[in-house]
Design a protein around this ligand. Structure first.
Ligand code: GDP
Ligand code: MG
Length: 168
């Protein structure tokens, strides 16, 4: 059996829930005060897609995104990308085109998905549904709304990326 391994980078402003999403997907847990485990670059999970074993390696940052200081090593060899913003953080939404540019300039075009996280906080939303959908359309990206907290749609995001990667 030939195994497919995919390096996935998860990018977006600080505090949108990237580390929580990786933890949720790979370990099945959610904590309110997650801190990156020192020395670990990525967590992984194996799934089956159309009878193929796919190993997803989800790369986390240690918070460098807040200082615009993500190293090239983080992006190097990336094969898929999750762009994340938060329902309750307008700046994180407006920063998405910049994040996409950054990834494309480092590794070129690759299977990418747009994610609006913290959908459990919709009552306090700073982004209209139409705006988020318009952005996804403009950037030509599949769009998912997730709640890492409530475990909504997280597995769907990564399954879509794996399928998209295998289709290339
Ligand atoms: P990162 O900086 O993008 O890695 O974000 P973190 O994963 O550290 O999450 C920042 C904060 O948002 C933490 O307190 C998380 O518990 C919280 N958080 C993450 N996802 C969700 C979610 O879906 N809903 C809610 N309400 N909080 C979340
Ligand atoms: Mg983090």
């Amino acid at each position: 059996d030939i195994e497919v391994a995919i390096k996935v980078v998860v990018v977006g402003n600080g505090a949108v829930g990237k580390s929580s999403m990786i933890q949720r997907y790979c370990k099945g847990i959610f904590t309110k005060d997650y801190k990156k485990t020192i020395g670990v670059d990525f967590l992984e999970r194996q799934i089956q897609v159309h009878d193929e074993d796919v190993r997803l390696m989800l790369w986390d940052t240690a918070g460098q995104e807040e200082f615009d200081a993500i190293t090239k090593a983080y992006y190097r060899g990336a094969q898929a990308c999750v762009l994340v913003f938060s329902t309750v953080d307008r700046d994180s939404f407006e920063a998405i085109p910049n994040w996409k540019e950054k990834v494309v300039s480092e590794v070129g075009e690759l299977p990418t998905v747009l994610v609006q996280n913290k959908i459990d906080l919709l009552d306090d939303s700073c982004i209209k549904n139409e705006e988020a959908e318009a952005l996804a359309k403009k950037l030509k990206l599949r769009f998912y709304r997730t709640s890492v907290k409530e475990d909504l749609n997280v597995t769907e995001v990564f399954r879509y990326l794996a399928e998209k990667y295998l289709q290339r």
